[in-house]
Design a protein around this ligand. Structure first.
Ligand SMILES: *Cc1c(COP(=O)(O)O)cnc(C)c1O
Length: 373
């Protein structure tokens, strides 16, 4: 063999040199990478405040992802993690336990990769979300007891030789918290030109706990003075666990706020990176979501209301202390997903949620001149 011929050999191994099945995995990873390249960053929107001198409030608008919520980031990360771990191959059925938004985003990526997708959802999930999962090519498997969705998803995956994605376990480790355009890095980059570029507080909810884990780790990694506040529905176990680590489960009613608040402490919830937790009654979350929707002129989902309600406490404390600074919170998804739930008057009436539940401080700091959306 001549030297010239040796040099002419391709440096990259040809497809036939790849171990069995890795061709497909390579193409799948390239597909995810191309999707990320096509995607723009989400907007950071400033919401003007009144009666709060020197304080600025920003919303990271996660509703603008192609699959409609902050779960777009999670789903992309979970697929990449599963592919790189060798857990997902050509034809693997993907199964997830999800109250809706994760399933919508995972269905979106499963279809992109040509994989079958089954969502195990609580029977109470909003019908708009079921329609969206099916629109993305997924199938839904309804379970009456929301506490059974994990076991059922695991059983179903084992039964069909598929892969149980398990967002509640893997959310915190599937995302690279050091960067790679995670939500925290994006927030700090987008704040660079603001009057108070390092937020005094970042406020988010916890469903898997993945978002708070990523933000809390990134704050430490970047050596920022920012504090992380998690806004949690009253019925959720997370804030109880935060104050007493021996509490890992709550019985009784579950929260009406989709996407956040859990009856059991999820493995991806990392309390040690959280500086503060604020428990929010569902009625206040819904009233805050409605108020913010009227301020913005477009509907946002109820977990965004939970976030805003926690921001009111922080704003009031900063005002009382004469402190300025910035607060960043998340607009997690659009209210279009909830027209048959918290934007339906009958649904609210049946649960006793009323306009009177609105925190009067909404009107103090985010005054509204027009009607409610
Ligand atoms: C999942 C979700 C959250 C919470 O995010 P996690 O990273 O899972 O803790 C908040 N709001 C909505 C609408 C969600 O779907």
């Amino acid at each position: 063999m001549s030297l010239a011929l040796t040099i002419a050999q391709p440096v990259v191994p040809s497809a036939s040199d790849m171990p069995d099945g890795r061709d497909w995995v390579n193409r799948a990873i390239a597909t995810l990478s191309a999707e990320q390249t096509r995607s723009a960053d989400t907007h950071l929107i400033e919401v003007p405040l009144r009666n709060a001198p020197g304080i600025s409030l920003y919303l990271k608008d996660e509703s603008s992802h192609p699959s409609g919520s902050l779960k777009h980031r999670l789903a992309r990360s979970l697929f990449l993690y599963a592919l790189c771990n060798g857990w997902v191959r050509e034809g693997t059925t993907i199964v997830e336990a999800s109250s809706g938004s994760t399933a919508v985003s995972e269905a979106y990526f499963a279809r992109m990769l040509g994989l079958p997708f089954i969502a195990v959802v609580p029977a109470t999930t909003a019908c708009e979300k079921i329609a969206q999962i099916e629109h993305q090519g997924g199938r839904c498997h309804r379970v009456d007891d929301p506490r059974q969705i994990y076991a059922e998803a695991e059983r179903l995956a084992a039964h069909c030789g598929g892969h149980y994605m398990d967002q509640f376990t893997y959310a915190e480790r599937a995302t690279d918290w050091r960067g790679t355009n995670n939500i925290a890095q994006s927030i700090f980059d987008q704040m660079r030109a603001e009057a108070s570029p390092v937020p005094a507080w970042i406020v988010c909810g916890a469903g898997t706990g993945g978002t708070s884990a990523t933000i809390g780790r990134y704050i430490r990694y970047g050596r920022h003075a920012t504090r992380l506040c998690v806004a949690d529905p009253e019925a959720s176990v997370f804030h109880r666990h935060f104050h007493d680590r021996s509490v890992t489960q709550v019985d009784g009613a579950v929260s009406c706020i989709e996407g956040i608040g859990r009856p059991r402490v999820e493995p991806s919830f990392l309390p040690d990176v959280v500086d503060r937790m604020i428990a929010i009654p569902d009625a206040r979350s819904i009233a805050a979501a409605r108020h913010l929707s009227a301020v913005l002129g477009r509907r946002c989902g109820p977990s965004t209301g939970t976030n805003l309600q926690a921001c009111l406490d922080l704003i009031a404390e900063m005002v009382a202390a004469g402190q300025g600074g910035s607060i960043v919170t998340l607009l997690c998804d659009s209210g279009d997903r909830y027209s048959s739930t918290c934007y339906d008057q009958n649904w609210c009436d049946q649960r006793g949620f009323a306009e009177a539940d609105a925190d009067p401080r909404l009107q103090t700091y985010l005054p509204l001149r027009h009607g409610v959306v």
